[in-house]
Design a protein around this ligand. Structure first.
Ligand SMILES: *Cc1c(COP(=O)(O)O)cnc(C)c1O
Length: 647
């Protein structure tokens, strides 16, 4: 196992597990390692005694015969995040004597699942928390689900005439629908359509900001930003509305400088810049009411509280304070009213509420099978040399030299095999000896202060690859696409010191389908310390903070479809208890095939015909033929992932 996690095995405590996996650091108060060595969920951090053992959730899922992998959604966590953001704004607004209100919206692109949106709307109702849509399909959903006349519906993204008409339908239904102008021509279209229909719109202008966010999404601001109006266009847009007698429709100024902002400075700068634009527009006579500071509130995925791309160097409270105090300061200097504040935080609302539970279904060891390497009479000299090296290896000799020799023999053996000098059997024995030598060298170095670089890399090359029943492309697409770090933790066995190290590979036929970056002891490591896995007993890993984007952006690579999902609520009366409120079935094979234009029922008939033909020819017994036909249909209707339950 890696040097960093070497702790005295007998003195291992839950605190050590906590230090290694950092659960409390990224858990946001919702996750902890319990005294029993299982990962626990605390659905509402103010009620610390209410805790759910994830192992108990897994047992329940198994009892219900629901197949893994499974997305576990904690609706209490989602509600708690909505309440927390709204309460934090309310508190800071009161403390600051700020005169505007907070009118947040949830951008549904971050997780459009109906149950997620419904829960957010419900939890946000007391705060008039609204929704944001960035496309026509999202707008159609938002129109149906955001029915509170006091909350905002914010529309971003590029728009066509239908999109604008749908927004105006929202106005007819008495909603506060704000059409945010992303490019100038949208405004001319909006003016034309709203006049034709005789419906007054609410207009927002998105500003292209000079203030840049850092991190992965910094391209969302600056002159080459894809969305927004530059300063001259903002002035032109305001004047156009004035000329058309529609000044009063201009109510909101919007910006969004990128998602997952790691640096609080960027937020302060952008708030300041937007406050100046807002103030000037107000002084030009436009009665703007809202400033929308967009999304970007980050998540500390790696628990480092740093400016690393997967982290953030501020708390929610600091973020809120910087928005409110920053806005107040500029407005007071300019003598303009404090605007209502809108945020479009998506990631911060949803990331914690769901995780993926996957079963470890195999272990791939680099040294594979161990052949018998005892002496034979005609052994080739390369095999003899390797055997001698293994035999005389001890802590007292020059280990680095042994490492080099072994590596050289192995390379020579590979060449010799290709030149037909040694046999397959001899090559296999040399390989077995090589890995034995490497394991020993690593072992002898374990308590030394200086470890050469090659030997350090043995940690990784000797580590196992754990085969997990899931697809990165479906369940953790950002870890593949943009190197996003997501916490991975064994669900059980954390009460004992880890016994092994490994990286994860998924079940797709794609060598990119792997996870080999983990946050271990607050640093990036290529292997995950693993507890003992008992053969024959299922073992589960949790992939956490998947509620934002990961849940909905996955693809069907290899035709692995959407996951089975369970929705968990805690019981008020029993602090240890929970119930599965809903089971949402994942994609069936039939479903993913039909998305790709197959006709599963016709396929079943075709395969039956083929089987019948073999039955007629006497190659399959009639009774067997029926079984094969049923089996094919059973698999078509089944789950796309590995069936480890054999039910
Ligand atoms: C994606 C997006 C958001 C959400 O950003 P988060 O970082 O997830 O909070 C908000 N507003 C706009 C305009 C976006 O494009």
């Amino acid at each position: 196992m890696s040097q960093s996690t070497q702790t005295d095995v007998n003195k291992w405590t839950i605190e050590d597990a906590e230090r290694v996996y950092g659960v409390s650091s990224w858990g946001g108060g919702y996750f902890e390692i319990g005294q029993n060595g299982h990962v626990h969920v605390i659905p509402e951090p103010h009620h610390h005694n209410v805790r759910i053992d994830l192992k108990a959730v897994i047992d329940e899922i198994r009892d219900e015969n629901i197949q893994f992998p499974v997305v576990v959604r904690f609706h209490d966590v989602l509600r708690s995040q909505v309440v927390n953001l709204n309460e934090t704004f309310a508190e800071v607004i009161a403390d600051a004597g700020y005169q505007g209100k907070y009118r947040g919206v949830y951008p549904i692109k971050v997780n459009q699942m109906r149950e997620v949106v419904e829960e957010i709307v419900d939890a946000g109702a007391p705060y008039d928390y609204g929704l944001e849509a960035g496309s026509k399909p999202e707008l159609l959903a938002v129109l149906a689900y955001n029915t509170n006349p006091n909350s905002l519906t914010i529309l971003n993204g590029y728009k066509d005439e239908e999109f604008i008409k749908l927004a105006l339908l929202g106005r007819k239904l008495g909603r506060k629908v704000v059409v945010v102008i992303e490019k100038f021509s949208e405004l001319t279209l909006l003016i034309k359509v709203s006049k034709e229909m005789g419906i007054s719109p609410i207009v927002g202008l998105r500003a292209k900001m000079q203030s840049k966010g850092q991190g992965r999404w910094q391209g969302s601001s600056g002159e080459r930003a894809k969305f927004g109006l530059n300063i001259s266009e903002i002035i032109k847009a305001a004047r156009l509305l004035e000329q058309e007698g529609m000044s009063d429709t201009l109510q909101l100024l919007h910006f969004h400088i990128g998602s997952q902002l790691p640096e609080i400075r960027a937020i302060k700068d952008a708030v300041n810049e937007s406050a100046r634009i807002y103030s000037e527009l107000v002084k030009m006579g436009f009665g703007l009411k809202y400033v929308d500071v967009g999304g970007g509130l980050g998540i500390d995925y790696d628990g480092s509280k740093s400016t690393a791309d997967s982290s953030r160097n501020y708390s929610v409270k600091e973020y809120v304070a910087d928005v409110i105090y920053g806005m107040r300061e500029v407005c007071d200097l300019e003598g303009v009213p404090h605007p209502h504040i809108v945020t479009e935080s998506g990631r911060a609302i949803t990331a914690h509420h769901s995780c993926v539970i996957t079963e470890v279904v195999g272990e791939i060891k680099p040294d594979g099978a161990q052949l018998d390497t005892s002496e034979g009479s005609n052994d080739h000299i390369l095999l003899k040399n390797m055997r001698d090296l293994a035999k005389y290896l001890s802590a007292d000799i020059n280990l680095q030299e042994s490492y080099n020799d072994a590596t050289q023999y192995k390379e020579q053996a590979s060449d010799a095999f290709k030149l037909r000098v040694i046999s397959l059997e001899e090559l296999g024995k040399i390989e077995t000896l090589y890995w034995q030598i490497m394991r020993k060298i690593k072992y002898f170095y374990a308590d030394r202060d200086f470890v050469p670089e090659e030997v350090q890399s043995l940690d990784f090359s000797l580590s196992s690859q754990y085969l997990c029943n899931f697809s990165i492309f479906q369940s953790a697409v950002d870890s593949w696409a943009i190197d996003q770090i997501l916490p991975v933790v064994p669900i059980t066995g954390l009460e004992n010191a880890p016994v092994n190290d490994g990286s994860l590979v998924d079940i797709t036929c794609d060598s990119d389908g792997k996870i080999d970056k983990f946050v271990i002891e607050h640093a990036i490591d290529h292997v995950l310390p693993m507890p003992k896995i008992t053969p024959g007993e299922p073992f589960y890993l949790g992939l956490f903070l998947t509620g934002a984007y990961q849940d909905v952006m996955g693809d069907m690579h290899n035709l692995f479809g959407r996951l089975n999902e369970v929705h968990i609520f805690s019981h008020d009366d029993d602090p240890q208890d929970f119930y599965i409120e809903e089971f949402v079935r994942g994609s069936s094979v039939e479903h993913v095939l039909s998305v790709m234009q197959y006709h599963p029922s016709a396929m079943a008939i075709d395969v039956k015909k083929l089987i019948d033909k073999e039955v007629a020819a006497g190659n399959i017994k009639p009774r067997e033929g029926v079984k094969w036909t049923d089996f094919y249909e059973h698999c078509l209707a089944g789950y796309t992932y590995l069936n480890t339950t054999n039910k």
